[in-house]
Design a protein around this ligand. Structure first.
Ligand SMILES: [Cu+2]
Length: 508
C-alpha cells in the first residue's frame, strides 16, 4: 500500500507503539521500590467502612500517618511497635538459647542438606512451655549471611516480638543477637525466620513450639492425652520428612494409651494427613475444637503453616500409622499396619464438632474488609511477570487494613488467582463464618492459617485485640515474595524500622 493513507497508518502505528512504550516504561518506573522505606508509607489505606462513608479509605498512595482524624480514624497517642512488649519487669520462666547457623546440616534421617540450623539441628529444638509462662528465647546469629529473625507462627505475641524484619525489628545480622519475650498460649505452634523467609524456611530455619494447658483440663472435655508427640512436616531437598526423617519412623507408646499427635505443616502447600485408626481432631491452629467427633477413613488437610492436633488410641496389640503421602510415623510398639493410600473422604472443619460461644458477635462488626486475590501481568519492583494482586492492585499498592483496638472485624477472603493460597494473619486468631456462602455449623473453627483454594470465598471474623502492625499474607512464601502481602495496622501505631536499610530487612 502506498499513498497518504499508508503513510498515515505507518505513522499512526509508530505513534501507538511509542505511546505503549511510554506507558510500559511508566508502569515499570512507578513499580520500583526505594532502597529503604517504612511499611506504613506504602499501600492504600482501607478503613473497612461501607462505601461513601465520610472518611473513605481508598485514597491512593497516602501515608497512613497522614490520615485525617475522623470518626473512623480515632486519634490515639502515637506509639511505636517497640513499645508493645510483654511485661519487661516479669522474670522469664522458660529460657531457651538458640544459635542460628548456615551451611551443611545433618538431618535426623542421616541425609546432609544445604540449609540452616538452630543449635546445630534442623528442625530446631522443640520449645515447650506451660500456658501462662513467660518464655524468653535468646537468639544469636552465628553466620546466617543475610541475617535472620524468629517469628512465632500462630502465637498472638505482643507486636514487638513478632519477628518480622523491617516491620517489628531489624534482621539479626551475623554475630548479632536478639531476645524474644512473650507469654505462652496453650496449643501447637512453630517458629521460623521472617527474614528472606522463603529460602530460610525452606532451608529449615524453624522448629516446633508446644504449650501445654495450665491445668489438666483436657481439650473438648475428654481425658488428658497420656502422651504428646510433635509431628513436624518439612520438605528437605525435595523429600518430605516428619521430624526430619523421610520414609517411616517410629515413636514408642503404651498399648491402650491416648496419644496427641501435633501435626505441623511447615511446607508451602496444603498437606493431607491420614491415620490407620479412628481419631479426633482435638485442636486446629492452637485452638481446641468443641466436642470433636470421632472420624475414620478420612484424611484431614493441614494448611500450609497450619497445625492439627489429632488424638488416637494405641490398639492393645498393634500400632497406629500416621501418613503424609509416602512418609509416615508409627506410634506404638506392636505390629504395624501397612501403608494405605489416602482416603477419598476429608474432614470438613466447616461442620466438624458442635457450636459454642465465640466470645464476640461477628454480626456487630465495626469494620469489614475484602481480601480479593487475583493475578495479572505487570511489574513488581521493576521486574515484569504475572504477579499477585490484592483487591485489584499489585504490591506495593496493596491495602493497609486499618483498625482500632476493640473493633470487631469481618474479612472476606476471595481467591480468583488460579492457585491455592494459605492465608496467614499475624497476631490474631480469626473464626471462620462461612465458605462459599455456606455458614459454618460445627465447632468454632479458629484459624491463623487458612487454606483458600482457587475459586473459594471465606468469611472470617476476629476481634482487634492486639495492637500493632501485623502482616496478613500468603504462607506459600514464594507467593509472599511475589507480592501477596498486606498488613493489618492499628491507628496510632508506627514502626521505627524500614524495609531495606542498613540491616537489609527483607521480610519475605
Ligand atoms: Cu499464595
Amino acid at each position: 500500500m502506498t499513498g497518504p493513507l499508508a503513510r498515515f497508518l505507518r505513522w499512526g502505528a509508530l505513534g501507538l507503539a511509542g505511546v505503549l512504550v511510554l506507558v510500559v516504561t511508566a508502569a515499570w518506573f512507578s513499580s520500583r521500590l526505594p532502597d529503604r522505606y517504612n511499611v506504613m508509607s506504602m499501600g492504600t489505606m482501607d478503613l473497612g467502612l461501607p462505601a461513601g462513608s465520610p472518611v473513605d479509605g481508598h485514597n491512593g498512595h497516602g501515608s497512613v500517618g497522614a490520615l485525617a482524624p475522623g470518626a473512623a480514624a480515632p486519634t490515639a497517642p502515637d506509639r511505636t511497635v517497640s513499645s508493645l512488649t510483654a511485661d519487661p519487669s516479669r522474670p522469664a520462666e522458660v529460657v531457651v538459647d538458640l544459635v542460628a547457623t548456615q551451611g551443611q546440616v545433618r538431618l535426623p534421617d542421616g541425609r546432609n542438606v544445604e540449609g540452616f540450623a538452630l543449635n546445630g539441628q534442623t528442625p530446631g529444638p522443640t520449645i515447650t512451655a506451660t500456658e501462662g509462662q513467660l518464655v524468653e528465647v535468646r537468639v544469636r546469629n552465628e553466620d546466617v549471611t543475610e541475617g535472620m529473625t524468629l517469628h512465632w507462627h500462630g502465637v498472638d505475641v505482643p507486636n514487638s516480638q513478632d519477628g518480622v524484619a523491617g516491620v517489628t525489628q531489624d534482621a539479626i545480622l551475623p554475630s548479632g543477637h536478639h531476645v524474644y519475650r512473650f507469654v505462652a498460649q496453650a496449643g501447637t505452634y512453630w517458629y521460623h525466620s521472617h527474614q528472606v523467609s522463603d529460602p530460610q524456611v525452606r532451608g529449615g530455619l524453624l522448629g516446633a513450639f508446644v504449650v501445654a494447658p495450665r491445668a489438666n483440663v483436657p481439650p473438648g472435655g475428654g481425658q488428658q492425652s497420656a502422651a504428646d508427640v510433635v509431628v513436624l512436616a518439612h520438605t528437605y531437598a525435595g523429600k518430605r520428612t516428619l521430624n526430619g526423617r523421610a520414609g517411616e519412623s517410629r515413636v514408642a507408646a503404651a498399648p491402650g494409651s491416648r496419644v496427641r499427635l501435633r501435626v505441623i505443616n511447615t511446607d508451602p502447600g496444603p498437606m493431607p494427613v491420614w491415620v490407620s485408626t479412628a481419631y479426633t481432631v482435638v485442636a486446629v491452629d492452637g485452638r481446641d475444637m468443641h466436642e470433636p467427633g470421632v472420624v475414620k477413613d478420612r484424611s484431614i488437610l493441614v494448611t500450609a503453616g497450619g497445625r492439627a492436633d489429632l488424638e488416637v488410641t494405641v490398639p492393645q496389640a498393634g500400632a497406629v500409622r500416621l501418613q503424609v503421602a509416602g512418609t509416615s510415623l508409627v506410634v506404638g510398639d506392636g505390629p504395624v499396619p501397612a501403608p494405605a493410600s489416602a482416603p477419598t473422604d476429608e474432614v470438613d472443619l466447616l461442620s466438624y464438632g458442635t457450636p459454642a460461644a465465640l466470645g464476640f458477635d461477628p454480626a456487630a462488626a465495626t469494620r469489614a474488609f475484602d481480601y480479593v486475590i487475583g493475578r495479572r501481568l505487570g511489574f513488581l519492583d521493576g521486574r515484569p511477570g504475572m504477579w499477585w494482586t490484592i483487591n485489584g492492585a499489585m504490591s506495593p499498592d496493596v491495602p493497609m487494613f486499618m483498625v482500632a483496638e476493640g473493633d470487631v472485624v469481618r474479612m472476606r477472603v476471595v481467591n480468583d488467582s488460579g492457585e491455592v493460597h494459605p492465608m496467614h494473619l499475624h497476631g490474631h486468631h480469626a473464626v471462620v463464618l462461612s465458605r462459599n456462602g455456606i455458614r459454618a455449623s460445627g465447632s468454632p473453627w479458629w484459624i491463623d492459617s487458612l487454606n483458600v483454594e482457587d475459586g473459594e470465598a471465606y468469611d472470617i471474623a476476629f476481634v482487634a485485640d492486639n495492637p500493632g502492625i501485623w502482616m496478613d499474607h500468603c504462607h506459600n512464601l514464594r507467593h509472599a515474595r511475589e507480592g501477596l502481602v498486606a498488613h493489618l495496622a492499628y491507628f496510632g501505631v508506627t514502626s521505627p524500622f524500614v524495609i531495606g536499610g542498613t540491616a537489609q530487612n527483607t521480610p519475605e
